[in-house]
Design a protein around this ligand. Structure first.
Ligand code: AMP
Ligand code: MG
Length: 391
């Protein structure tokens, strides 16, 4: 058995970088910027008013001073004359500040009678003008790689970058295996259960910018598994779920091997998730996840997500960990690294209760995995432990 770190290194070695594609801004959120992009314009392109008011010369802006209103500048409609002494221009937020003005006095601070304003409050020291280029200048770069969040998309739009170079979303084939499984919405027989893992994993992988495809369930026979592997062609990563331990009906490793899989590793010293397998099949990386639902989801967090991030160009890094104090004492850990379902609340962590790897109800209530090193002794409340945020 290898360690989690060794298994992850092996997965990184299998992680082929994805090609770059160009998408429109509407498709860019959640994708990974693959090449640095450069602003084609300066923002704002002109000194702009940040308030509704009157543009004038700041040296003249004394209490009770009067000005003649000689024009109007609105957003999208500048006033293109020059403001002289004793003059001002009615101005609105976003409008270019006319030549000759270096201050916008807000409308709340003046009294207007006809074309004449009188300053009624001179306590606002701000210019209320946004200088040209205060946000970004032509030539400013957004650096790759970077997962594009909604704020990034807004910035790219403002830079007038309508087409964005991103890593192609990795296509992940998800194959559930088992005679006992039916798809959600179907009617199981008395001996059957609903396939849940594929749906949980698909949701998890969609959330990080991958493109999962749920394939038909493979039955516990060689022909059905072979068909499933055939259907997975074209994927960037093939994931099987279940059938990976040593029972009579656990055929994934055998079938994959017969189809020519070069195995990278099998079995990892962790709990849950020990019967994890990986390799390369017909040129495509493949991961065999354990079937127990929580094991599959934990392995999705610990292995699949970091591997996909590496494929998308975000570098080779394990799932990020944080240190949090225990809210209550916990008992000693066994010989394998344990990823306990846990709840972080108000800066403290509690184990989520029963840790059997079939319990999706417990996983659903959890928001973290508490990582226990092998043979970690019992720990008192207040001890700092490592956690990994999940969804
Ligand atoms: P296996 O690794 O095939 O022996 O499966 C281990 C356990 O996980 C068994 O109880 C299976 O019924 C269950 N299981 C396997 N695959 C899935 C799945 N896709 N959804 C829900 N449960 C599963
Ligand atoms: Mg099975």
């Amino acid at each position: 058995m290898i360690s989690v770190t060794e298994a992850l290194d092996n997965l990184f070695a299998l992680a082929d970088p994805l090609p770059v594609e160009t998408v429109g801004l509407r498709e860019a959120a959640g994708r990974v910027l693959a090449r640095s992009v450069t602003a084609t314009r300066t923002q704002p392109p002109f000194a702009a008013s940040s308030m509704d008011g009157y543009a004038l010369k700041s040296v003249e802006a004394d209490l009770h001073a009067q000005f003649k209103v000689i024009g109007e500048a609105a957003a999208g409609h500048g006033w293109h004359g020059k403001i002289g002494p004793g003059q001002c221009v009615r101005i609105f937020t976003g409008a270019p500040v006319p030549d000759g003005a270096d201050k916008v006095i807000i409308q709340e601070d003046v009294q207007r009678t006809g074309d004449v304003i009188t300053i009624s409050d001179d306590s606002d020291a701000k210019s209320n003008i946004r200088p040209a280029g205060v946000d970004f200048e032509i030539g400013t770069q957004m650096h790759a790689p970077r997962r594009l969040d909604p704020g990034d998309v807004a910035l790219l739009a403002s830079m007038n970058i309508a087409q964005v170079p991103v890593a192609r979303a990795p296509i992940v084939a998800l194959i559930s295996t088992g005679d006992e499984l039916v798809m959600p919405g179907e009617t199981p027989s008395a001996d059957q259960i609903i396939a849940s893992n594929t749906y949980g994993l698909a949701a998890m992988l969609t959330a990080i910018g991958a493109a999962p495809r749920i394939l038909p369930i493979a039955r516990d026979n060689r022909a059905s598994l072979t068909t499933a592997f055939d259907l997975s062609q074209g994927a960037d990563l093939v994931i099987t779920i279940g059938g990976a331990s040593v029972g009579d009906h656990d055929l994934v490793a055998g079938v994959a091997h017969d189809l020519g899989m070069e195995q990278s590793f099998y079995k990892v010293a962790m709990r849950p998730g020990k019967p994890l397998m990986a390799g390369r099949l017909r040129g495509t990386p493949m991961i065999g996840l354990p079937g127990n639902p929580v094991s599959a989801m934990v392995c999705g967090t610990i292995f699949v997500q970091p591997m996909l991030r590496a494929m998308m160009g975000l570098g080779q890094a394990p799932a990020p960990r944080a240190q949090v104090p225990l809210a209550a004492a916990i008992s000693a850990n066994g010989p394998r690294e344990h990823y306990m379902r846990a709840i972080v609340s108000e800066g403290q962590v509690t184990d989520a209760g029963a840790q059997d790897s079939s319990l999706l109800s417990v996983l659903s209530q959890s928001n973290a995995l508490m990582v226990r090193p092998p043979n970690d002794p019992a720990r008192a409340a207040g001890t700092m432990v490592e956690i990994i945020d999940i969804y």
